[in-house]
Design a protein around this ligand. Structure first.
Ligand code: BEZ
Length: 238
């Protein structure tokens, strides 16, 4: 692919995810259009055949079914070429046994981006960290192609994939139930309800007249059963 001197941009939360076509280990993709109707995590790693990235790919591939279960697909990227990707993923499958994971097959697409066009569109090249390798960027994109969360890590720091799964679940829960989620929230924990629209409602809440617990007028929570959240998560998003 020709280098088009793509300007460097950083997609922000609430932006439409920038579109691109790319070659991947699973064939060509048109992003994010091809993923309409699904959540998708677009993530970059610094380089093939490096240890932190290898541990990340083994973990992500092992958890792919957990992401599928919440209607979320995975797409990786580095500024390496396709044959490097293929050779690295084959090495992982055939040779690497790590933390009980072995024979790990990476089935999600891994984008080749030797021109850095996609990496630049997604602010994955951060020269203060490295001029030649993408940082560990994570874009969580909703079924309408809107960027909903952006997380960046430096080269030395492997990501926590349970946390990425938690973010997808929390965003879907916030959308479905019109609530917010507090620190360290997990399904089954209390959720935060929007502020009361009037003094009367706030007073009722404070007096415990609704099924809502208020710590003060601006900080109220309610319960949503874990089963209700699980049922919502497994419903296909259209
Ligand atoms: C790694 O994945 O191990 C790695 C990649 C680039 C710089 C440092 C570490």
């Amino acid at each position: 692919m020709e280098n088009t001197n793509t300007p460097v941009t950083i997609p922000r939360i609430g932006d439409k995810a920038p579109s691109f076509k790319a070659v991947t280990t699973q064939g060509e993709i048109t992003f994010p259009e091809q993923y309409t109707g699904s959540w998708v995590i677009l993530f970059s790693h610094p380089a093939d055949f490096t240890p932190v990235c290898t541990s990340e790919f083994m973990t992500f591939a092992t958890m792919e079914k957990d992401f599928e279960a919440v209607n979320c697909k995975l797409v990786g990227l580095s500024v390496d070429g396709l044959y490097s990707h293929i050779a690295w993923l084959r090495t992982i499958k055939e040779k690497i046994e790590y933390k009980g994971m072995k024979n790990v097959e990476v089935k999600f697409p891994l984008i080749e981006d030797i021109t850095m066009d996609v990496a630049k569109k997604y602010g994955m090249m951060q020269p203060g960290e490295s001029a030649t390798k993408a940082v560990r960027a994570v874009f969580i994109i909703d079924p309408k192609g809107i960027v909903r969360a952006v997380i960046y890590y430096p080269l030395s720091l492997g990501r926590n994939f349970d946390e990425l799964h938690r973010v997808v679940v929390a965003l879907q829960t916030a959308d479905a139930f019109q609530i917010a989620t507090p620190a360290d929230w997990r399904p089954g924990d209390d959720v935060i309800v929007p502020p009361a629209g009037s003094c009367g409602v706030a007073k009722d809440r404070m007096e415990g007249k609704e099924d809502i617990k208020c710590y003060d007028w601006f900080f109220c929570t309610k319960k949503i059963a874990k089963e209700k959240i699980m049922a919502m998560l497994t419903k296909k998003v259209n």
